[in-house]
Design a protein around this ligand. Structure first.
Ligand SMILES: [Zn+2]
Length: 590
């Protein structure tokens, strides 16, 4: 029995997965999902979930995954098609008769699929030692060659002859995408002396091929043209393998080429897929968002890669939300994921994945880095651009957050900077700082000195190692170090007398007047604070601000060679931010 086109989709749309699964597995509903004990592996606590809106089931324990048809097929041992027929019959869904024309189309498509399998076998058999060595030199292991069924298309018409001998017709041969036809009527092979990568659909059926030149021959890559089986805007290389990892880890890595996908899979990044010789389309994005919430876009570090990333931003803005997101990996100039893994290893790529750049930051970088905003006009133009980006976002909550982010970034990096030495990411009370007219780092340094003055008995050597950027405060701190070295019983009162008679009397005056401001939490808010932990928090916060300052300075230079340094800054900033957060939970005495 044949099923008409689109029937599988119709089943998925009309019958809920939870209804089908619920007959065999006892499910409990929690939020938008159902969960229960996995029927595919032994377990005592449920890790098996069913999501009706995403139309799939997924087990976090064993990775079992599929739609309602797959479920019946796997649990009852039916073929996919028979499972679909079973579901239709059980649910009273009529299976429309396949028209004669549809029937012919089906048969033709089946023949072409069969032809592609035969061709792939042919290519695999022609993978000689020389090509295997070449692939190995490029870091592709024997097992990977097998997993991806990589082959080789020799020159000549051997394959064509074989296909005719096996009874394939010329329309079938042409529809395979492996051959072209000249005006003279002669059929010729598209792939000649090329390494062949079968491109599979999500059912792991070959629908096309990609061919890579051996050595430096041009063009380096060619793909099958579009055929009845191969729609470039829909199919992604590696999706058949990556799918279950999308669900498991809730993200996908989108790269440019199949060599990247292969290198990434081999290095353990099974979430990688590539769009094929075309730019990324909305249909690719929708497919990926259908399987996970975050798409990590990792294009080559060249100009073309940057342009492609910008196109993606424009395309996705209306559809991003607080749930469905896109982030970016910026590789060093003229480097693709394959190169990076070859040269620096899998850890290097893992680092980039961990430190991927959020969409908001990516937009900020694109518009800000390496440009000059001295003039009011250029600042206005920049703000207008951010406004336009934000207006594209339909999700209201996300839009509001993007606006706030860009406003903060403009304020901290351009406006405050003009006022002298500002820094972004304020966390000391904005009200306090604007009143005191200090940049965040100045304010913090005064707060540290005020603390050293009032709570000198809590000061330890570690916190005195800090180096303050304001010269007179650094001098003040060194004076305190001297005082500590010469006093066994340090106290605020005796220190005050000492300072009043020193060249730091001015600083002392200011700090005693401003004590309410600089140590507001202690003196005004009267919080019970663990003094030692608070001092460590102040020093760490100071370190973080210095890091951020230096990071922003590097960003402004915009040199490709700085990428690695920038990354290590980001890593350190993240690390210190986490530590700070922990400390801040500690210094309040409960
Ligand atoms: Zn399971």
């Amino acid at each position: 029995m044949k099923l008409p086109f689109g029937f599988y989709d119709k089943l998925r749309d009309t019958v809920r997965v939870s209804e089908i699964v619920g007959k065999r597995v006892s499910l409990t509903k929690k939020g938008g999902e159902h969960s229960g004990l996995c029927p595919f592996h032994n377990e005592k606590t449920p890790s098996f979930t069913v999501n009706d809106s995403k139309k799939f089931y997924h087990c976090f324990g064993c990775g079992a995954h599929g739609d309602l048809i797959r479920f019946i097929s796997e649990t009852q041992g039916f073929s996919y098609k028979d499972a679909a027929i079973q579901i239709a019959q059980d649910n009273g869904i009529e299976i429309p008769k396949v028209t004669a024309e549809e029937e012919r189309k089906y048969e033709f498509a089946d023949r072409v699929k069969h032809l592609l399998e035969i061709a792939n076998e042919f290519f695999v058999n022609h993978l000689n030692v020389q090509i295997k060595n070449y692939l190995e030199q490029r870091g592709i292991k024997q097992t990977t060659i097998k997993d991806f069924a990589i082959g080789y298309a020799p020159s000549g018409n051997e394959l064509e002859k074989m296909l005719y001998e096996k009874g394939f017709s010329e329309p079938e041969i042409l529809q395979s995408g492996l051959f072209g036809k000249r005006d003279s009527g002669r059929v010729y092979p598209i792939f000649n002396s090329r390494i062949m990568f079968p491109i599979k659909n999500s059912f792991s059926k070959i629908v096309a091929f990609g061919g890579r030149a051996v050595g430096e021959a041009m063009p380096k890559y060619i793909n099958s043209p579009e055929t009845m089986l191969f729609k470039k805007s829909e199919i992604m290389f590696g999706a058949n393998l990556a799918n279950k990892y999308f669900h498991k880890d809730n993200y996908a890595i989108l790269v440019e080429g199949y060599m990247d996908v292969i290198a990434l899979h081999q290095a353990g990044f099974h979430h990688a897929v590539a769009s094929l010789g075309t730019s990324v389309t909305q249909s690719h994005i929708d497919k990926l968002w259908g399987s996970c919430d975050e798409i990590v876009v990792c294009l080559d570090g060249d100009e073309a890669g940057k342009r492609a990333a910008n196109k993606i931003i424009q395309m996705i803005l209306p559809n991003v939300s607080s749930v469905k997101s896109v982030s970016f990996i910026e590789l060093p100039l003229s480097c693709d994921p394959d190169d990076l893994i070859q040269k620096e290893g899998a850890d290097a790529f893992a680092y980039y994945v961990d430190n991927r750049i959020a969409l908001s930051e990516k937009i900020w970088r694109n518009e800000y880095v390496g440009k000059n905003f001295e003039k009011a006009e250029s600042r206005a133009a920049l703000e207008r651009k951010f406004h336009l980006y934000c207006s594209e976002i339909v999700d209201k909550g996300l839009q509001a957050n993007f606006r706030r982010y860009f406003n903060d970034m403009v304020w901290n990096n351009i406006i405050r900077r003009k006022k002298g030495g500002g820094i972004h990411n304020a966390s000391l009370s904005e009200e306090v700082r604007s009143f005191a007219k200090y940049s965040e780092i100045e304010f913090l340094e005064y707060a540290i000195c005020a603390f050293l003055l009032y709570f000198i008995e809590f000061v330890d050597e570690e916190s005195l190692e800090i180096s303050l950027s304001e010269p007179k405060l650094e001098g003040f701190k060194l004076h305190l170090v001297d005082y500590l070295n010469n006093n066994d019983n340090p106290k605020f009162e005796s220190l005050s007398v000492n300072l009043k008679n020193s060249r730091f009397s001015g600083v002392f005056e200011l700090l005693s007047k401003q004590k309410n401001l600089f140590l507001r939490d202690i003196f005004v808010n009267k919080l019970e604070i663990d003094k030692k932990a608070f001092l460590h928090w102040l020093c760490k916060k100071h370190y973080l601000l210095i890091l951020k300052n230096e990071y922003v300075e590097l960003l402004r230079l915009d040199k490709a060679s700085l990428e690695v340094r920038l990354s290590s800054y980001l890593q350190e900033i993240n690390r210190v931010s986490v530590e700070l957060k922990k400390l801040s939970e500690n210094f309040l005495v409960r």
